[in-house]
Ligand binder design. Sequence first.
Ligand code: PEP
Ligand code: MG
Length: 559
Amino acid sequence: MISIQGKGVSTGVALGPLYFYQRAKSTIRRYEVEDTDAEWTRFKAAQEKAIEQLGELAEKARAEAGDEAALLFETHQMMAEDMEYEEAIQTAIQETKLNAEAAVTDTAAQFAEMFAAMEDAYFQARAADVKDVSGRIISALTGVVQGGIDSPVPVILAADDLAPSETVQLDKSKILGFITEGGSGSSHTAILARTMGIPAIIGVGNQLKPEYEGREVIIDGSTGSVVIEADADTKAHLLKKMEEQKKTREMLEKLKGQPNETLDGQSIRVYCNIGSPDDVAAVLGNDAGGVGLFRSEFLYLNCDDYPTEDYQFEAYKKALSDMGGKEVVIRTLDIGADKQIGYFNMPKEENPALGNRALRICLNRPEIFHTQLRALYRASAFGKLGIMFPMVTSVWEVKEAKKMCERVREELTREGIPFSDDVEIGIMIETPAAVLMSDRLAKEVDFFSCGTNDLTQYTLACDRQNADLGRFYNPHHPAVLRALKMVCDNAHKNGVWVGICGELGADLSLTETFLSIGIDELSVSPRSVLPLRQKIRETNVSLVKEKLLSDLLSDENTI
Ligand code: PEP
Ligand code: MG
């Protein structure tokens, strides 16, 4: 038995074979081939495999998001068998005697350069497509699965670290749990694990050895323990815990249909955070009142190119209609920092968390923002939509974003496309500037949603991604809690409602504080809804409020 200790960031016990995440190798071997016909046959087989995979992806996209979504993969299919592209590869193999991987790499580079040099933006964007298609053919040639899980059974997935773009592309039905060498609890990978309800452990360092692959492992997301080939006693203990967790869940099920109301009659909304329309099933399954944060950037992270208006429209429409009239707050694109997307071609930054990200990108590249807002407003006809802007620091940013919304509404009206005139507009409060300006910002919007992950990072000047900062990244810091109180007071003075959609919202040790401050909504991962409801229903706010608020503002509270 081998025991390894990490940090649990998503609770639950899971058991299964250990599987190491396969990342595509970046170096392509280059050599001269003798039998060029055999090499050409190798290429043709890989090309056929890539075309077949793309066909499957097109079908999946069609089923999940409509014809427009499938088009991207169908275009890639056509590119893979484009005559000029194929001829260039054939020449490289048969005349230059290059191995197939190198021939595809060189041809991809030539074609990408040619597309990038074209005037038309549409053709320029094809440069990324040709690289993508070629990468798929190279994977088929080398047998390296691009970031996939090539296992017939579900596994406990181990990786050095996983970028959000890698995590969203994983086949969730194949994952029982995550273990990563690095990472931090408020990273987006940890957040995704919690959203998916999958146990996860981070920070195991170099303790996982390649020879453990395929062995049975049990992980406990609440304690951070990883046990490989557990002895009988340990296994029995962990399986018992798994059973107990199942029983607790069954008990919590009884709270479905009950109000989120304290013993003394104060109500609070409990909503969910999601990253894809597919998560709506878990939102409804856990009886949440709505969606308080749909991280729309995960849609972008899941694509190989800018998602079109129709593709986005189908995804937002699906989330809204599946929620059956319950509110869905969709956050506009929040990329940058740890959420990097290749096709955005963003220059490398020294301080990406302070850089060109989120609303800043949208205001600097209005064509991207415009496409997303059109998709959002079109989808608003199918449910109750809220639109929320991330990373706000100034009033002018909100005014500019609202102007763009106005422009989109005017366009749709002119085009006779229906949309709802009841779309709430809100902002994330996740920078100290937004907190300090919340009295003014409240005059511009219908709601605030506090992003405590970033608010902690920026208030304490403490990188949320850096696992070594441990105790310094403290969302319980009085500076953060006082900020929440200030925001809430300024919002309520101006008739604006306030939610918390950062991970802190699910922290049961602070539920009484949030109720005392007067927070209107907590938006949490689907699995946290019922435990939170239980905590709310056990609380008597009038008994604790005075003390909690005076503690919060007390001179003694100086952590
Ligand atoms: C936050 O910052 O708290 C938040 C909810 O947004 P994200 O974690 O996606 O940055
Ligand atoms: Mg944030």
